[in-house]
Design a protein around this ligand. Structure first.
Ligand SMILES: C[S@@+](CC[C@H](N)C(=O)[O-])C[C@H]1O[C@@H](n2cnc3c(N)ncnc32)[C@H](O)[C@@H]1O
Length: 249
């Protein structure tokens, strides 16, 4: 039997998932301790049902989360999040080879923990402007409003499987990616961190849309580097390619 082509998708989803992570998972993804953000103005886009904003607020950090679904009520988001966590974990269980190094029980429990912490904070704080309903590539913020911007599991991840992502019939084109990163940098004074940056292919490589974004940022005079991530995301968690992209002025 011949082995699959190196760019065969190892995992796909048929819809965007309202699925979010804990603060400690943000630390791993972005190679930045939460404590290093104290005193800074932070943007998380998309923030989804992550507990990151609530955890930063507990540390006294000024932080804003953005997601188009923040137009909905806390109850609607909690129900949507529970359903999407169950769906995503079931899909992951159906593809064990792609997630060989993950304990899916613990992984799913962490996502529910994040969702519940998010929903409580969102219900209490949404009227204070901490959670903003908006969609890339258009953000309702002034130029260079944030010191640090973080963006996980939307760009690259939700591109079409043919380009290295996991969303079948993805609406997120190469042009959308370039416009979105330009917009994220427009509102960022210091650094933008993007994660993950690899394909979900049999033989993972740097995501072609990450390379496109990298070329576009360099062409605009911005500096781009990669920093090693320790976030476990399946079949290539410890690979040297498991890194966040850091864009600075
Ligand atoms: C998988 S979640 C990631 C949440 C968080 N960053 C994390 O890694 O845990 C992806 C989120 O992207 C949001 N989203 C979809 N389209 C978007 C857009 N055009 N601009 C910003 N966020 C979007 C979805 O609503 C969803 O909550």
């Amino acid at each position: 039997m011949s082995s699959p082509a190196p760019n065969t998708p190892t995992f796909t989803l048929d819809a965007m998932q309202f699925f979010g992570r804990l603060g400690r998972e943000y630390e791993q993804m972005f190679a930045r301790p939460l404590a290093s953000l104290v005193g800074l103005h932070v943007l998380d886009c998309p923030s989804g049902p992550s507990s990151f904003i609530s955890e930063l607020h507990a540390l006294g950090v000024r932080a804003v989360g953005v997601d188009p679904l923040y137009a909905e009520s806390a109850d609607t988001l909690l129900a949507r999040g529970r359903s999407d966590v169950a769906h995503t974990i079931a899909q992951m269980r159906a593809n064990p080879a792609a997630f060989a190094d993950l304990d899916l029980e613990a992984y799913g429990a962490a996502k529910l923990h994040a969702l519940e912490a998010f929903a409580r904070h969102f219900a209490d704080e949404r009227n204070r402007g901490l959670y903003v309903a908006a969609s890339l590539p258009a953000l309702p913020f002034a130029d260079r409003a944030f010191d640090v911007t973080l963006s996980a599991h939307l760009l690259f991840t939700y591109s079409d499987p043919s380009t290295g992502g996991l969303l079948t019939n993805s609406p997120f084109t190469p042009e959308w990616h370039v416009a979105s990163v330009r917009e994220l940098m427009r509102v960022t004074r210091g650094e933008l961190r993007l994660y993950p940056t690899t394909t979900r292919w049999t033989k993972p490589c740097r995501h072609p849309l990450a390379e496109l974004v990298e070329r576009d940022m360099r062409a605009h005079g911005l500096a781009v580097r990669y920093e090693q991530s320790s976030f476990a995301r399946g079949n290539h968690a410890n690979d040297a390619l498991n890194a966040c992209m850091v864009i600075t002025r």
